[in-house]
Design a protein around this ligand. Structure first.
Ligand SMILES: Cc1cc2nc3c(=O)[nH]c(=O)nc-3n(C[C@H](O)[C@H](O)[C@H](O)COP(=O)(O)OP(=O)(O)OC[C@H]3O[C@@H](n4cnc5c(N)ncnc54)[C@H](O)[C@@H]3O)c2cc1C
Length: 303
């Protein structure tokens, strides 16, 4: 079984999450090759074949050209799977590649399942197992669902080229303006999740952060509800943090949240559900009502 992994470059560098493709392939038990539209400076530490197309010629992104470059690598490698990360690059390019190859596609894979791939559905409330029929199968992987693996070694480079021009021109990426504190530098973060209940309860979380000399973070529903500003969001679509201490208050531990905080030094989770998935990464799980436990803890620490 063989998987062609589609790496992703930005500003001439391989993006860190491309290593999760190797973690996925290893769980799948597949041999690998990689395709990369980048430069020699972006090559991963990996002893396999890398089909390398020059980003200065094809652009860091250009859907028409990139899909044909991936197709050219597929024709040479004949993989069973073509695997992207579920990023803005992957979710735009993967369906184009699948259409070009007339191949089945499964998006946002979070786990391998008996005979298929597990993916979220119904606004993350449920999981479905999808079995793809045909070959190759095009997949996108949700960030944080598979471990990042650096295989090590020196790649065997294979130049990759296609003729012609794309119908669009890539103008560049624009970084979103970052508002508020830079949580990536914080040593202590106390984060509020939906379990906090309502916006009016947030000062309880902020008080604990203040007593500890830390910053306040949030899960996505807290931001989406307008209780806190977007800059406070921790997770795959928020900030990636690695404080010495992370206190998750009323946060269930969805993979997208864990992806942004699981490298924290010490994790304390306060949750009234003893089976909440956050318990799998927490060093300490306090099974309690956040609105009872947190004020009591703050009062103790303030003494
Ligand atoms: C593409 C994509 C990107 C995403 N990016 C992010 C991201 O960057 N960051 C992020 O956080 N999410 C992200 N999400 C959303 C993610 O899937 C989850 O929905 C979200 O993390 C859940 O937030 P939560 O844990 O606060 O809420 P819930 O999942 O609703 O969990 C609330 C928790 O609080 C507990 N609880 C309830 N009441 C109390 C109480 N009184 N005391 C103690 N505990 C209580 C419950 O037991 C539960 O475990 C993303 C989703 C998608 C599809």
């Amino acid at each position: 079984m063989k998987a062609l992994l589609v790496g992703e470059c930005r500003d001439g560098k391989l993006l860190e999450h491309s290593h999760e493709l190797f973690g996925f392939a290893s769980q799948l038990g597949a041999e690998t090759a990689m395709v990369l539209i980048g430069s020699e400076g972006a090559l991963p530490s990996y002893g396999g074949t890398v089909y390398l197309a020059d980003a200065s010629k094809y652009g860091e992104y250009n859907p028409d050209l990139h899909k044909r470059l991936v197709q050219a690598a597929v024709e040479r490698e004949k993989p069973d799977y073509v695997v992207f990360m579920h990023t803005s690059y992957g979710w735009d390019l993967a369906p184009r590649v699948a259409a070009l190859l007339q191949a089945p596609q499964v998006s946002e894979v979070v786990a391998l399942a008996e005979g298929g791939f597990e993916r979220p559905c119904c606004s993350q409330k449920m999981r479905q197992v999808v079995q793809a029929v045909g070959s190759p199968v095009v997949l996108t992987l949700q960030g944080g669902a598979f471990p990042a693996v650096v295989p090590g070694g020196t790649p065997q480079q294979q130049p990759l080229d296609v003729d012609g021009k794309g119908r669009g021109e890539f103008l560049g990426y624009e970084a979103a303006a970052r508002k508020g504190v830079d949580l990536s530098r914080a040593e202590i973060i106390v984060s509020a999740g939906r379990g906090v209940g309502k916006k009016e309860n947030l000062p309880v979380i902020a008080e604990l952060a203040k007593v500890l000399g830390g910053e306040v973070g949030a899960s996505r529903p807290v931001v989406d509800s307008g209780w806190m500003e977007a800059g406070a969001q921790v997770g795959v679509t928020g900030q990636t943090v690695s404080p010495k201490l992370y206190i998750a208050c009323g946060i269930s531990g969805a993979i997208q949240h864990l992806a942004g905080m699981k490298k924290s030094g010490f994790i304390v989770a306060i949750n009234k559900d003893r089976d909440a998935p956050i318990g799998e990464v927490a060093d300490v799980l306090v099974v309690a009502d956040v609105m009872q436990f947190v004020p009591a803890l703050t009062a103790k620490l303030a003494k």
